[in-house]
Write a protein that binds this ligand. Structure first.
Ligand code: GLU
Length: 323
């Protein structure tokens, strides 16, 4: 007779701060809230049979996240996975996509689930999205899904995104989109895959992300009209953040001069948020200015890749959008 033993899932929750860990104190939101009660109740709803372990790693508003902080978070998640079947990380929304990208590159697609939880309203607010998001994260962390994810709650519906596909929140709106379709939705405890989602398998091994703690030699540049372009001195690469149609101001004399200046100093040029299939004449002119167009991926993933020196054509953590 074969006996099927029930194996209780072990989930580690690592807290780092953000709105999800904030409380109103002396007139401002501060990341000092004790959320142990919330974590126990909410995650217990998402995966009631799991065994939970809590690691309070840091108390940071994520606008203050540094490369060193990102590396600490990734290492804590790695250590946690040695003793757990899934990891939940709480994080502020402002820079979540950067931590998410670093985790995606450190783990790739084959690790047990690592999932980022966040909220736009603090836990003490009567309409806080924190409990629903945490419950969904617990359901994902206890599942057989592989790789790194981020959950976002809107009412009772939760979107599960590949962590390497997160676009920044739109200013003022509290809206976040992902590049391409979301990975799944969570309703109650059920994680329902999104049929439109597709990803390339890992074509690179998981990366050593420790270089993110070093001073950066990658300069992100947003070349908006009538604003100065920053000095590239001492940098290895300039990453131009393209406008929404995938274009850059290639017919602007100051932009062309800037590109020449960079190339003369050995600074490599990249276009982020563009793609080789953009049809405008300004995009056609990119290669003539020495600009390499990156595959379709988010700004956070592109900048993190450039920092880490990863091969820019090969997918890792599901980051490159399948065309
Ligand atoms: N400034 C907060 C943070 O990123 C706000 C964003 C949030 O968590 O909603 O930590």
């Amino acid at each position: 007779m074969i006996e099927y033993g029930y194996i209780m899932k072990r989930i580690t929750i690592i807290t780092t701060g953000g709105t999800i860990g904030s409380e109103l104190s002396r007139g401002a939101l501060r990341p000092t809230a004790d959320i142990s009660g919330l974590l126990t109740t909410a995650t217990g709803q998402g995966a009631p049979d799991a065994e939970y372990r809590f690691i309070p790693l840091m108390n940071k508003l994520s606008e203050n996240m540094t490369g060193g902080g990102t590396v600490r978070i990734v290492r804590a998640a790695m250590d946690a996975l040695e003793k757990s079947d899934g990891v939940i990380l709480t994080h502020g929304t402002d820079t979540l996509e950067y931590t998410a990208a670093a985790l995606s590159y450190a783990f790739g697609l084959s690790c047990p689930p690592v999932v980022l939880a966040s909220a736009v309203l603090p836990p003490s607010h009567p309409h806080s999205d924190a409990p629903v998001c945490l419950a969904a994260c617990a359901a994902v962390a206890a599942s057989d899904m592989r790789g790194v994810f981020a959950c976002f709650a809107s009412g009772e519906r939760v979107t599960v995104s590949r962590a390497s596909r997160l676009l920044p929140y739109l200013p003022y709106s509290g809206e976040r989109f992902t590049l391409g379709a979301p990975f799944a939705y969570v309703t109650g405890n059920a994680v329902l895959p999104c049929p439109d989602y597709s990803e390339r398998p890992d074509e690179l091994p998981p990366a050593d992300i420790s270089a993110l703690a070093l001073p950066s030699d990658v300069l992100p540049v947003l070349p908006v009209p009538s604003c100065a372009l920053p000095s590239p001195d001492g940098k290895r690469a300039v990453a131009f953040i393209s406008f929404h149609s995938g274009t850059l101001p290639t017919a602007r004399a100051d932009f062309a001069d800037y590109c020449r200046h960079c190339l003369e100093r050995g600074v490599k040029l990249y276009a982020v948020c563009s793609s080789p299939s953009v049809l405008y004449e300004s995009a056609e002119a990119l290669s003539g200015l020495g600009i390499t167009v990156l595959p379709r991926m988010t700004p956070a993933s592109a900048l993190t890749r450039l920092r880490l020196g990863l091969d820019l054509r090969l997918s890792l953590g599901g980051d490159i959008l399948c065309d």
